[in-house]
Design a protein around this ligand. Structure first.
Ligand SMILES: Cc1cc2nc3c(=O)[nH]c(=O)nc-3n(C[C@H](O)[C@H](O)[C@H](O)COP(=O)(O)OP(=O)(O)OC[C@H]3O[C@@H](n4cnc5c(N)ncnc54)[C@H](O)[C@@H]3O)c2cc1C
Length: 659
């Protein structure tokens, strides 16, 4: 009996270290789970206060047979074979398994180490990955913690571990659309193998190279590249307008929707059911033009604005979505507090509600959408575009078309392009979708197309990418306010981008009844708490005199029932009076990019000589810089621009086919 219990303990420890090294030093925990109490009472296991060395010394007498050990370990869920597989390869005795793992000079602790936890950088932040390596075998890979995006990076956190364990290699194919997450997991496993002393070359089996077959060329009237909001709206505009027109949509990811899932699901509407319900005056494209030019201080492309934001176009887009069942709420909100004419409607369930709606739309109204199919080149004939070359998982083929609509989105997920076209924002938190890699620029590289617009869309956030602490007091590195803190995210994002070194802080006092958000930010380390303004200024390295003056002026204005400046309404101001005080670092978040292909008022792509490129139309974020630059003029203009421009591009394509 002693023999059996001792061997069992060793096995338990081998299994236990697979769950975390702390458990390995606490054998009593493992024993409690699987051995009845009176057996433990025999004192055959390591005593409670035994150190790990003692515990190891106690286990594994030489003559312990594997069968006995297996019999003892097997639980209801685990067959004996599985139990063996988890611990050691078929032929190895448990002792051998441990011995083989151990480097020559191994201490007892090292000898039984089989679990490695690594922190690696993914797409949305840090991933914590646990790899269990027993006898050179990758037994399991588990992503313990991550902040990858649901539906995009997240699937890789389960799919990649399965692939790595199956192939016993960290050089497996990544998950489509989740390259950063996939690479991070591969790196964690590589680091773990390296630490385990394994010969890395054994695990560097390159994924089998897929040789794409050459499939037959297809011919259609219109091919749409990208199935985000703009590509889908282009497709359904054709579908609704002329059922005789053939079209194909190609989408390189394994799902439709592009950026939609991450949005707040609000979209500008010139006129809508909600205007009618609330008795609100509709707005026109002229209102938009005037506001956009005032907000950005730039001379924008009037023709594109009038085409995309004509009152009827934006009303029809909302109507079309509503008719297909988009779950709009009855509310109507101002797109920005700076303009009283422009409103947005909202989707129930925000971005995820919109994503679910689009998936249902496609399911219930089938069109030819090819997922996992990437446009890799444009077919051209002299100065005209005549189709695209695509690659799917197994083949490459050409699609010849009278018109190509490019709806490939922005380039936020392409770090090189961020450095090139939006360097001020390249270090921000990038929240763009994984398909937003600037393919529209790559595909048109040889066509000599001008790029227009500059900047990114997105709000500001705390250093953990989450919301900021509640306050209406924000300062720059000089201790001075610079914007209406209650304006929409895009306005404050650009305002922060324009501050010296892009440094900004929000500051709050302790007047709020519920201090939970402040205290939990302090606990998470995203905010700091100070007993005085002097200490706070010192803590965040801001000139104390400037800050004190700024606070005094702000508090005085509020006391006199006046706006403290920058159009911040006095009723929304939050005076800084009562200690302790909280300060939080402000960071920029990037949801989309502005630099775009230049288009004309019919959304045809034009070259640097101002000539229309035959057969090529573009829509959505890929062209948004024609109407926004520097800052988004308010909330809801990204989705509505994508939807309206997709429909407008489709109308141009239909006209071109007729010619
Ligand atoms: C987190 C977040 C929040 C946002 N919030 C809002 C908001 O509340 N309101 C608002 O108005 N706007 C918001 N926006 C912006 C708005 O969502 C986008 O501007 C808009 O959805 C862009 O649509 P699109 O179709 O032009 O591009 P995308 O949505 O990027 O779609 C482009 C599609 O093309 C595919 N593609 C790219 N290259 C190829 C290729 N070579 N072959 C085949 N397919 C390809 C991509 O995989 C992608 O699916 C937000 C954006 C983000 C990321």
């Amino acid at each position: 009996m002693k023999k059996l219990a001792s061997v069992f303990l060793m096995l338990s420890m081998v299994l236990a270290v697979g769950c975390g090294s702390e458990e390995a030093t606490a054998p009593e925990v493992v024993v409690e789970e699987t051995v009845v109490e009176d057996e433990v009472a025999t004192g055959e296991v390591a005593p409670e206060d035994a150190g790990e060395d003692e515990a190891v010394a106690e286990v594994a007498p030489e003559d312990a047979g594997e069968d006995e050990a297996v019999a003892e370990v097997a639980s209801e869920e685990t067959t004996p074979e599985e139990a063996v597989a988890e611990v050691a390869p078929e032929e190895a005795t448990p002792e051998e398994a441990v011995a083989e793992d151990a480097p020559e000079e191994a201490t007892p602790e090292e000898a039984i180490k089989t679990t490695y936890v690594k922190q690696v950088k993914g797409f949305g932040g840090e991933l914590e990955v646990e790899t269990e390596i027993v006898d050179g075998k990758i037994v399991s890979v588990t992503v313990l913690n991550h902040s990858e995006t649901a539906g995009i990076g997240e699937p890789a956190t389960t799919e990649m571990p399965a692939r790595i364990v199956e192939k016993q290699s960290y050089m497996v194919d990544g998950v489509t659309g989740a390259t950063s997450t996939s690479n991070a997991i591969k790196e964690a496993v590589r680091l773990s193998l390296e630490e385990s002393g394994a010969d890395l070359s054994k695990y560097e089996v390159a994924p089998e190279e897929v040789v794409l077959t050459q499939a037959e060329t297809e011919t259609t009237d219109v091919v749409i590249v990208g199935a985000g909001m703009s590509g889908l709206m282009a497709a359904y505009e054709i579908y609704e307008t002329d059922p005789d027109v053939n079209f194909i949509v190609v989408e390189k990811l394994d799902k439709i929707g592009g950026s939609i899932y991450g949005t707040s699901g609000v979209m500008y509407a010139g006129d809508s059911f909600a205007h009618e319900a609330t008795g609100t005056e509709p707005s026109t494209s002229q209102d938009i033009l005037e506001w956009f030019e005032e907000a950005t201080g730039e001379d924008l492309n009037d023709d594109v604005i009038h085409t995309v934001f004509s009152q009827s176009r934006s009303e029809e887009t909302v109507d079309m979505l509503a008719e297909y069942g988009a779950p709009f709420l009855d509310t109507l909100e101002l797109t920005t507090p700076y303009n009283e004419k422009l409103h947005y409607v909202s989707i129930d369930g925000k971005g995820t509600g919109m994503q679910a709606f689009l998936e249902k739309l496609v399911e219930e109204n089938p069109i030819d959408i090819r997922l996992n199919t990437k446009a890799t080149a444009l077919l051209t004939d002299e100065n005209a575009v005549t189709g695209i070359v695509v690659e799917d998982e197994t083949s490459s083929y050409e699609i010849q078309a009278d018109v190509v609509i490019l709806a490939t989105g922005g380039f936020g997920s392409n770090p090189e392009m961020m450095e090139l076209y939006a360097p001020e924002y390249a270090d921000g938190f990038i929240f763009t979708n994984p398909g937003a890699t600037g393919d529209g620029f790559i595909l048109t590289e040889d066509l000599n197309v001008n790029k227009v617009g500059y900047g990114t869309m997105g709000p500001i956030a705390a250093s953990d990418k989450k919301g900021l602490i509640p306050t209406s007091f924000m300062i720059n590195a000089n201790g001075q306010r610079f914007v209406n803190e209650k304006t929409t995210g895009p306005f404050s994002q650009r305002a922060v981008a324009e501050q010296p070194d892009q440094i900004a802080f929000v500051i709050a006092d302790s007047s709020a009844e519920d201090l939970t958000p402040y205290e939990s930010a302090v606990e998470k380390g995203t905010a700091q708490k100070y007993d005085s303004i002097e200490e706070l200024a010192k803590g965040i390295n801001v000139d104390v005199e400037n800050l004190t003056k700024e606070i005094e002026a702000y508090n005085l204005a509020v006391e006199n029932n006046q706006s403290p400046g920058f159009d911040l309404p006095v009723e929304k101001a939050t005076p800084i009076l009562k200690a302790p005080f909280y300060a939080q670092d402000v960071t920029i978040r990037v949801n989309g990019t502005f630099t775009s292909l230049e288009i004309n008022g019919d959304l045809q792509v034009v070259n640097a000589d101002g000539e229309v490129i035959d057969g090529l139309v573009a829509a959505g974020e890929l062209t948004v810089g024609n109407v926004y630059t520097k800052r988004t003029p308010g909330g809801g203009f990204g989705i509505s621009y994508a939807g309206n421009s997709g429909r407008a591009a489709a109308q141009t394509a239909l006209e071109m086919i007729k010619e």
